[in-house]
Design a protein. Structure first.
Length: 243
């Protein structure tokens, strides 16, 4: 069965066996809590109150501080290509909390014993598949109603995330600047959704040189599309293409 909800300014779609439909209330609660805690579009959210100085970061909830600390670790690991600290001084955790929500929802379904499921939030996807891989499409950045390709995810590569300007415009900071990036869209296949999401953003921020740097350090597969529509794909990504 498929369950759909609106969260974090996008749409989440969860597919799972109908026998596990009772778990969906808890899955919804995961996404609702993240949206209410981290959305900078909600003036009452905890992160908004930190951004406007109402609440000090040191007095934030354990959940928020955990996401911040995880983001800082990724900033260190990527040499600053991924960062939660905007040059305008605003703490923005949107680059990681959606993936963390997907991660938490997936862990909930695993604890419930659900044998196969997929969670898709705005095109960032995590799956549990004990048999055949899941096939998912990647949108064409030049035409959101068209598919660029379809890929198989599952097994050791059970997560795929896409970052870029196609859906939200230019929103990724590069060395203190917000503006057009070399790549219009980057998709990363990885073993977990946080790694996939963070590294997709890091490659958009870092440009062509970041692909080699990141694929040398992490076991991920990458498809990048530049502003002219030219594509670069790692060998592993090409092998993941669905027939």
């Amino acid at each position: 069965m498929r369950h759909v909800l609106c969260t974090m300014g996008t749409v989440a779609s969860i597919e799972l066996p109908e026998a596990y439909a009772s778990e969906l209330d808890d899955v919804d609660a995961v996404f609702r809590d993240v949206d209410e805690r981290f959305s900078l579009y909600r003036p009452e959210s905890e992160l908004s109150r930190i951004a406007n100085g109402t609440v000090a970061l040191g007095l934030a909830s354990a959940e928020l501080r955990s996401s911040y600390e995880r983001s800082i670790e990724w900033r260190i690991q990527t040499g600053g290509l991924f960062t939660p600290n905007r040059p305008d001084g605003v703490l923005d955790l949107n680059g990681i909390v959606k993936a963390e929500a997907i991660e938490s929802a997936g862990a909930l379904l695993d604890r419930a014993g659900c044998p196969a499921w997929t969670i898709n939030v705005g095109g960032d996807i995590l799956v549990r598949s004990n048999h055949a891989p899941w096939v998912t499409g990647i949108a064409d950045p030049a035409d959101p109603d068209a598919l660029l390709c379809s890929v198989e995810v599952g097994g050791a590569r059970r997560a795929i995330a896409t970052s870029g300007c196609a859906q939200r415009g230019d929103h990724i900071w590069r060395g203190g600047e917000l503006g057009p990036t070399h790549f219009a869209q980057v998709s990363v296949i990885a073993g977990d959704i946080v790694t996939a999401d963070v590294l997709a953003t890091a490659i958009v921020a870092g440009g062509p040189a970041a692909i080699d740097q990141i694929t040398d350090r992490w076991p991920v597969d990458v498809l990048a599309v530049d502003r002219a529509g030219a594509m670069v794909a790692t060998p592993g990504f090409r092998r993941s293409l669905a027939a």
